[in-house]
Structure formats: C-alpha cells, structure tokens
Design a protein around this ligand. Structure first.
Ligand code: PLP
Length: 439
C-alpha cells in the first residue's frame, strides 16, 4: 500500500524551508509521483533503499542520479574513505592522492597529460569552459546536450528560451543569468553535421569552444565526431567532451575512447567517486596550461575523500569488469521492456545506451501512464520510472523480479488505458516533465 508517510510529510515541510524543495531537480518527488514518492531515505545499501518509515525498495531508477555505479555504500570504496577520514580528510597541505589519481586518469587516456579537480559535474564543466576560453580567448561556445546549471550554459536560453529544450531537461529558466551573456552559447543537435557547420559559419572566427556529450541517447555517426574534431582543429577551437554521465559505464574511462576521438579536454564527475563528490577535468598540457592564466581555485577541491574514493572506485571498476556487467544488465532491462510492452500492446519508445536506458509511452497522455507506472511499481516495492541506470549491485535476480513486476504493472496500465480514462487510476497528481516552479 502507498501511504503519505514520514518522508512525504518531511518534504511538505522542506518546500517551505528550501526553495524548490531539494538541491537537484531530478530528486524532486514531482518528477516521479508528486504526492506519494518517498522523498527521503534513512539507509541505502547495494541497490536497496529504506525510507523514513523503514520501508525497503529496490532502486530501479538512477542509483543516486548516476553517481553510484558500484551500488550504494560500496564496502571497498567505504573502506578507503574511512581510512582517509581517520587520517584527516582536510589539512593545510595537499592530498597526495591527487597526484596518484592524475596519473591513473592520464594512463587511461593517453592523449591527456594534465588534470584539474572539482567536486561536482557542473562546476567541472564551468572550469573546462573557462580553461578553453582562456586558451582560445574567444567567447562563443557551441554545445550539444546537458552540462549543468552554470551561467555559460544557461546563457543559451537568453536568446531563445527554448534553446535548451531537447538537451535533456526542458524548461530551464535563465533568470539571474546576465543579459550581457546573450549570444555567447548556441546549441546544436547531436549527429546533425549540417546544423553544426552552419553555426561555425555564422560565428566564423568567434567560436572558442565546442562541447558535447560523446554519447547519451544514440551512438554518434563516425562522420559526426570526425567532422567536429576536424573543424575544431582547423579553426583553433577547443574540443571538450563531457563524460560526466556516459563515462565509466561502457568502458574504463571516457566513452570517447570507444570512438577513436582525441578531444582537447574531457570532463568526469558522478560515477567516478561512487557517491563521494569528485569531478575531474583532463586535457592536453597545451590547453590545460591555460588554467594558470585564469584564477580557478576553491578550498574544498583540495579535500581528500574525493580522490581517495575515485581511486578505489576506478580500481573496482577495473577488477570486476563493471562496464561489461552494466551493459549486460542494461540490455536485459531494455529487452524486457520491449517484450512486456509488446505482450500488453502498450506502445513504448526505447532509447539510450545500454547502461542508461529509458522509454516513453507512445500514448496521448504519456505522463499519466508514466506516473501510473511509478505508482504501481512503488506499491510492489520498486522505485521505478521510465529510466534505468545499471549498477554492479543489480543482479540477475533483482532484474528478473523487476521485470516480472513490470509485466504485472503494464497489464494494469493496459486495462486503465482500455477504460479511456487512465488518469482515474492515479492516486497522486501527474509527474512533471521538466523544470518548473513549485507551488
Ligand atoms: C552530461 C552531464 N554534464 C553535467 C552534469 C552536471 O553535473 P552535476 O549535477 O554533478 O553538477 C550532468 C548531470 O546530470 C550531466 O549529465
């Protein structure tokens, strides 16, 4: 049974104390099941989460929004982190693990030879763009995909408020971003070579940076990446790949390694620390040296837990062949969705790379069906939505249990659809699709 437990009660209080309720749009209950989602946790281990009423669920959504690739509270990473805590995680002097991690990252990415660190993805991207602009001394950024909340990125919505729609999160409001940044960032569409070349021509001589996620929803065409690399090289533009979400899941390191493309900068975050904050900007020494010509500096970028957690995570990713497991589990899930939807004649569109799959309902009220799916999975002990990020903690048994339950729930939804009024089966308001002010 779903009930409005302690977690939802706390969320109602939070909305009065914290504007927007949470610190991350993707953790808002409104994105799932607005009035009934168990917003807070008391404990998380493996792929299981306990809410404030001590009710246990399997996480079949994003495992900490993509951060916990090994599973929650991983024993090996925690062992390393606890040692760092006992030996002092912050100090006047620097953590030697910064240097060890830099060597590990450069060995995995032989085209790179220098590294800087942050503690979150968005700020790592802001650092990358700052370094790139410092190097080229040109302001305009052409980008594709989602890259965080900072001014350089949201500036794209100053010109055309829907410019960022289609780049993962629709409706991102740029209020508070200086109007003077209008015309400094322009989006292009993934795999659209013509569109990209048009922008290069339109802003000839003024583009300093090209940014994209190597892969997310669909694989790059070989011509697309080759064109981007050739054009950036020819025009002295810094080419940045954002590996914050795609990195470490299909292979050890950045997904660009799979496509034989050598960028100038690659940026990592999320999974690299398995839940402990860590971000890295790696690049060629030529471009990275520009970091010395711009003031880029922050106290907590020097603490010790981040690099210690990253070293332990990378070691385990390698020793346990984690990317292969993630692809295997992700494939089973995507094939499962396909079969189940066919069985119940409920049309869905599946996309995403194997470890980061998602689907949408092919129906006039897709968000109603999505909310119904979350609602009915929740009553059966699963935190679920239309997205699934695989982790090492997802075993075949958990996947089987999830797919059997999803089969039952698709049956329920098919019957609700057949009544012509699926919304009547909702016990909550409908989930949000993107960024929106909360009441
Ligand atoms: C590709 C990409 N870049 C940047 C970010 C921003 O990272 P963070 O939320 O850690 O600031 C995200 C987060 O979802 C992302 O997926």
């Amino acid at each position: 049974m779903i009930h409005m437990g302690k977690s939802q009660e706390l969320y109602q209080k939070a909305k009065k104390l914290i504007p927007g309720g949470t610190q991350l749009l993707s953790k808002r209950p409104e994105m799932f099941l607005p009035d009934l989602w168990p917003a807070y946790y008391s404990k998380a281990k493996g792929c299981e989460i306990w809410d404030l009423d001590d009710i246990k669920y399997f996480d079949m959504v994003t495992m900490g929004i993509g951060a916990c690739i090994l599973g929650y509270a991983d024993d090996d990473v925690n062992f390393a982190v606890k040692k760092a805590v006992d030996n002092g995680n912050m100090c006047l002097l620097n953590a030697p693990e910064e240097v060890e991690l830099a060597e590990v990252l450069c060995n995995l990415h032989p085209w790179a030879s220098m590294v800087r660190y942050t503690r979150s993805g968005g700020e790592a991207m802001a650092v990358a763009v700052r370094i790139a602009r410092a190097f080229t001394q040109k302001d305009i950024v052409l980008f594709c995909g989602y890259h965080g909340w900072h001014d350089w990125y949201l500036a794209a919505n100053l010109g055309k408020e829907t410019a960022l729609d289609g780049h993962l999160l629709p409706g991102l409001e740029p209020r508070g971003v200086p109007r003077a940044l209008t015309g400094t960032a322009y989006p292009f569409i993934y795999n659209d070579i013509e569109g990209f070349l048009r922008l290069i021509k339109q802003h000839a001589g003024r583009v300093g940076v090209v940014v994209l996620e190597t892969i997310r929803n669909q694989p790059p065409t070989p011509e697309f990446l080759a064109t981007l690399r050739a054009v950036t090289q020819k025009n002295g533009i810094v080419f940045v790949v954002d590996e914050i979400t795609a990195g470490w899941r299909m292979n050890l390191g950045g997904s660009h390694l799979l496509y034989d493309v050598k960028p100038d900068i690659a940026v990592f975050g999320k999974a690299m620390g398995n839940g402990y904050p860590m971000g890295a900007i790696i690049g060629t020494s030529e471009v990275m040296s520009a970091a010395q010509e711009s003031f880029i500096s922050s106290t907590y970028w020097t603490e010790r837990i981040g690099p210690v957690a990253a070293l332990a995570t990378i070691k385990k990713l390698q020793n346990r062949s984690v990317p292969a497991h993630l692809c295997d589990i992700g494939k089973r899930i995507q094939e499962g969705w396909r079969q189940i939807s066919k069985g119940h004649q409920l049309g869905i569109n599946i996309s995403g790379i194997l470890p980061l799959g998602h689907f949408s309902f092919d129906h006039a009220q897709p968000l109603v069906l999505k909310t119904l799916f979350t609602q009915e999975m929740l009553t059966r002990g699963f935190l679920a939505s239309t997205v699934f990020y695989a982790s090492l903690a997802h075993s075949y048994e958990v996947v089987d249990q999830y797919l059997n339950t999803a089969d039952e729930v698709f049956g329920f939804i098919a019957k609700a659809v057949a009544t012509g009024q699926p919304e009547k089966h909702l016990k909550s308001s409908v989930c949000h699709a993107g960024f929106r002010r909360l009441a």
